[in-house]
Design a protein around this ligand. Structure first.
Ligand code: BGC
Length: 769
């Protein structure tokens, strides 16, 4: 556990500069607004270790897959989140020395992420090689209101000298991806221009042809007063800059305000991007930095009103959960159903693609409860719109009749993960997509979604399952061969219990939804079934037969479900018996050794018991938990949260708390030593679930919200807000009891510890322990 950042309930603070930790800090202090994102790189030059990251949502590059031996069915491309033009850059020359913290003596340094108001502030004092001292304060944000814009206020004060200072705001499109298979650069220049107070560079991605205009406009203040200036233009390939030379006086601050815009051809005609970005910058610069910042704070206040979680008596836990909520809101706002949530959001390039099963399994519940209904709906529609590609993807692997296999990783619906054991075998992701439809309808009551979109996806997924299974003559049962479950530390196993369970659940749910839709709107039902040539008799007959005769591995003596056939043949050792020096296994052991071992990367059987807890009695859940958790190394960030929720369900609040701690400060404390290449955005939604579904015990049963709260002994109280079918509720779990406030104008019915309560509009109930 590293205590690198200061603890503060609303801020992340870095006091003092440690160059070795810079890339972790760059990830943690990342900014985003759903449309664009930016790692916490410095505005001025920095020749030390840094991972430059400027991202424009939805813009990607299909990098050619690199594998040893090509096999039929491999996806040709591995999509890359693209590092885009640098819009934050401001070069600073002090006399003839470049300001570069790697080359200066850093006298003081502070970086602060204000999560309440949504901005990043960095201040430092530095001494150049010749002894000139400056103080710098840089504030910036990615606007939630003008979501194609960012703004920077960069103030420099000479402390012990006067003389020439040169400020050079620039846009640099000559950008490389850290993650590129052939060291290729992914952008070509289209056009550029530079004026006295602004300019733009328009770039086009290779292959995908996305065009992005990155534009800037700036103004100058001396001692707080706006001044006229004349700049000298600089143009290079993919680069524009404006050099402003100033006579700076000791103790008198010089401020450059830089407004920037990133406009993409996904939203406008490519030919209009430059003009539109100039128009947009005219509008935002007329508002001014301070007004934009005030609007930013107001937009965040509105988010926090619905999202905040308050943990009383534990500032570290408080900071952790707010950081997670902040990053999730920076990553996805639900404004655009072509966008999704990458495992690293806008904080790094790793994981290349944008969308994993993480969205459906982990993120949808967060957005369902904390944002308007349309936000989670857009995440579902994203997959609906990609159904055609999921069907093509299945066809490529030899399936037919409209069977769909959604990709494990995707940007546009095409599979773009290049490991066969994941692409071909980690098919459980299809189940998570169906389960998210169930979750959405169960939470919102929006059954119309099933008629218009949901049923079509469910049928296509069930068709896939019905073709993917095999009938075993020996067992006289259906089996599922050659799969990889959520536990990626096993490949090509037979009868992974989780995959078989979710497949059967999926077919059962599809049958229910078929009946529901038929009853609700027979005309649409007939049209859909006609359009996709669904044979109700033979196809539902097959689903039913599989449901009735599916094989699930289990061990009766132990009373557990088996992760897969043969799991008990492995040497049964526990994680606690491994020397700490052998962990993490993924770094210390050969892949061969990992595959043969009993060790589990992340919840697998337990993922199924988490999704379908209503189908299992508490003793079954406990026996499986007690068996599998001690064999789990939690080397996926998605693992501890599921365990926290199950531990809470089993009433083990202390274990739930331990798992919670592991997930909530994963990035702030760089728990897995891997935050340097980005934060774990999707597991942050898991952290939220650990609080609300774990400690809050939130479930939705038959259209009713139910809570079974548990408070960790370390906390004085825990409060969270959730929106549910038009009501906004605040739940406060304290040592002396639980209160539920209805913050809306609608009556709310809830169940607390199994007892029903009605809470009038704008009223509150308190149930003492
Ligand atoms: C996990 C997957 C997950 C992916 C992206 C992997 O390490 O095993 O379940 O989808 O990371 O978060």
């Amino acid at each position: 556990m590293k205590d690198y950042f200061n603890v503060d309930e609303w801020k992340i603070i870095e006091e003092g500069f440690d160059p070795h930790y810079n890339q972790v800090a760059e990830s943690v202090f990342s900014l985003g607004n759903g449309r664009m994102g930016q790692r916490a790189n410095f505005e001025e030059a920095y020749s030390g270790e840094t991972l430059q990251g400027n991202y424009v949502a939805g813009v990607y590059y299909p990098d050619k897959t690199r594998v040893g031996w090509w096999k039929n069915g491999y996806p040709e491309y591995f999509a890359k989140v693209l590092n885009a033009a640098n819009w934050i850059g401001i070069d600073v020359q002090i006399g003839d020395e470049q300001l570069d913290l790697a080359k200066c003596e850093v006298l003081s340094f502070r970086r602060e992420l204000n999560m309440q108001e949504g901005y990043l502030k960095r201040s430092f004092r530095a001494k150049t090689a010749s002894g000139k001292e400056v103080e710098v304060e840089a504030n910036r944000f990615c606007s939630m209101v003008d979501d194609e814009c960012g703004a920077i206020k960069y103030t420099l004060t000479p402390l012990n000298f006067e003389g020439q200072i040169t400020l050079t705001p620039f846009i640099d499109g000559d950008i490389a991806n850290k993650d590129s298979n052939y060291d290729e650069k992914f952008w070509d220049e289209v056009s550029k221009a530079i004026t006295n107070d602004g300019g733009y560079v328009q770039m086009r991605t290779k292959k995908t042809g996305f065009e992005v205009a990155t534009a800037m406009k700036f103004s100058l203040l001396q001692s707080g007063e706006q001044v006229e200036f004349t700049s000298s233009p600089i143009q290079k390939e993919k680069y524009i800059a404006a050099e402003i030379k100033l006579k700076a006086k000791q103790g008198q601050p010089v401020t450059l305000i830089k407004y920037a815009a990133n406009l993409s051809s996904q939203n406008y005609a490519a030919a209009d991007l430059a003009d539109r970005s100039a128009d947009l910058l005219t509008i935002v610069s007329a508002k001014g930095f301070d007004t934009m910042l005030a609007e930013q704070a107001a937009a965040w206040a509105e988010k926090w009103k619905h999202n905040d979680i308050i943990i009383e008596g534990d500032a570290k836990a408080q900071q952790g959960i707010r950081f997670n909520i902040f990053q999730l809101n920076q990553t996805y706002t639900g404004e655009d159903d072509r966008l999704n949530i990458g495992p690293k959001g806008f904080t790094g390039e790793k994981y290349g693609g944008s969308t994993y099963w993480d969205t459906e399994a982990y993120c949808v519940p967060f957005y369902l409860a904390t944002a308007e209904q349309k936000v989670a709906r857009k995440l579902l529609l994203y997959r609906y719109k990609q159904l055609g590609k999921a069907i093509e993807n299945a066809q490529l692997l030899g399936f037919n009749n409209g069977a769909a296999l959604y990709p494990m990783v995707t940007m546009d619906g095409t599979e773009c993960h290049n490991e066969w054991e994941i692409t071909f075998e980690e098919i459980h992701r299809n189940g998570a997509i169906a389960h998210a439809i169930y979750n959405y309808v169960n939470y919102t009551g929006d059954e119309a979604y099933l008629i218009d979109y949901g049923l079509e996806v469910l049928i296509a997924i069930s068709r896939f399952w019905s073709q993917r299974i095999t009938f075993s003559a020996g067992k006289q049962q259906y089996v599922m061969l050659g799969v990889t479950g959520p536990n990626e530390y096993e490949n090509n196993v037979n009868n992974n219990w989780y995959t078989s369970t979710i497949a059967v659940w999926c077919m059962r749910y599809t049958l229910q939804v078929l009946n529901k839709v038929k009853a609700a709107d027979e005309a649409k039902y007939n049209t859909l079934l006609g359009r996709i040539s669904f044979n109700t008799e033979t196809e539902t007959g097959r689903f039913k037969d599989i449901i009735a005769r599916m094989y699930f591995p289990q061990d009766e003596k132990l009373g557990i479900y088996l992760q897969q056939d043969g799991y008990l043949d492995k040497e049964q050792i526990l994680v606690k018996d491994l020397p700490a020096s052998e962990l993490p296994l993924v770094k210390k052991w050969s892949w061969d050794r990992i595959l043969r071992s009993v060790f589990i990367k992340q919840a697998d059987v337990l993922q199924g018991l988490f999704f379908f807890e209503d189908q299992y009695d508490i003793d079954t859940i406990r026996r499986n938990y007690d068996f599998y958790e001690p064999r789990t190394v939690h080397e996926s960030s998605l693992s501890p949260c599921v365990h926290a929720i199950l531990a809470a369900r089993l009433g083990d609040v202390e274990r739930a708390y331990q798992f919670y701690l592991r997930t909530s400060r994963l990035d702030i404390d760089d728990y897995n030593n891997d935050t340097d290449d980005g934060c774990h955005i999707t597991s942050m939604a898991g952290t939220w679930m650990a609080v609300v579904q774990g400690f809050g015990g939130l479930r939705v049963k038959d259209g009713l919200l139910s809570f079974n709260p548990l408070l960790p002994g370390e906390w004085q109280a825990l409060s969270f807000q959730i929106g549910f079918r038009g009501v906004l509720l605040k739940i406060r779990i304290a040592k002396d009891g639980v209160s539920i406030s209805n913050l809306s104008d609608k009556i709310a019915d809830v169940s607390l510890y199994g007892i029903s309560h009605t809470i009038n509009a704008n009223d509150e109930i308190f149930i003492a322990n």
